[in-house]
Design a protein around this ligand. Sequence first.
Ligand SMILES: [Zn+2]
Length: 392
Amino acid sequence: MTKAARAGLTASHGEIFNLIRLTPNISRSEIARETALALSTASSRVDSLIQNGLVVEVGQLESRGGRRAIGLTVNGAAGRFGIILVAPGSQQVRVVDFSGAVLASHPLPNLSLGNPEIAMKELFSELVTLVASVPGTDEIACVCVAVDSLVEYPTGTLMTPAPLPGWHGFSVRASLAQLTDVPVLVEKLANLEAIAERLEVPHRTPDLMAVVLGDHIGCGIVIKGELYRGAFGAAGEIGHSSVLAESVVPCTCSAPSCLDSTASARAIAVLMRRAGLSVDSVADVVEIGNSNSIEGSEIVRTAGRLIGGTIANAINLINPDQLVISGPLSECVPLIRAVRSVVLEQALSLNTSQMHIRVSGLGADSALRGAAVSALDFLLSVERIDGILADS
Ligand SMILES: [Zn+2]
């Protein structure tokens, strides 16, 4: 049985398109094999996708059997969409095409986030300007807003705790609906990190926890290849799990002493300053943690043990096959060693023995990458593509 057949695919146009999207340069015969369709049927459906401007042929692939096959890929020119990143100090607008290629990016780190309504208007205006600067159509198919905040699901309303004072209860969707008719997606950063990491896993249906370690500690969860937000959007909020340690920095959550308030980069910075070390930024925290400073190393190891204990509890609940750690603190070697050590010590061995633990290789751009994948998942869903082909 083929992988596609195992997945229960019926190989509609939309499903074939999805296969092309997720398998770079796949050939017609490979599609036929994956979907269990006759080569003529698969080829005819691919031709329809090409005629509708959704797929393009890409040169000739070397074939093991002697014959040369034409590869297929998504036609980037089929459309474009916008991404808006709302995060303290790293606001950005971006234009991406349907192949996932970034057409233009514009960082706006100095844009004020003090008033959410004004900030969203300015960010959308910057996005419109950026879209117009790229040759081609001025139309965008949707806007994906990546926001450093808890996001209520399915309303898309921002909620505390969040590092955006004054944004609690703000509806990004309602705000942008006054400016555009296109669909608006709103997602928290940790969820987007998880979506980006999903594509880094060789098999397509991972159970994955993407833990983000920085000024706040977040986690995005993917179950069987699909993002899991929970009933109200609060799934993965491990940063607000109670821990047995003294709170170092305040948090607006209800836990008396949460992981964020004891082991985040903000908390570590305060502890380092108390120890007489000079710390101005997360980069300083990482540098001191990686240095020969005995006090600094002990502080980051203690934080790593607290983080590891919380992750171990979450692993026992979720049983992921992938644990990915990202964010600026992931570069702090003794902290990550402590996390890994406690996870392996405290989570059930049935959970950890086959689980793959790694530090993300996607860098600071990972949430924006995830935003692009999230928008494409929405715009190019099987249902949408089948609808386009049915109307053609
Ligand atoms: Zn908290």
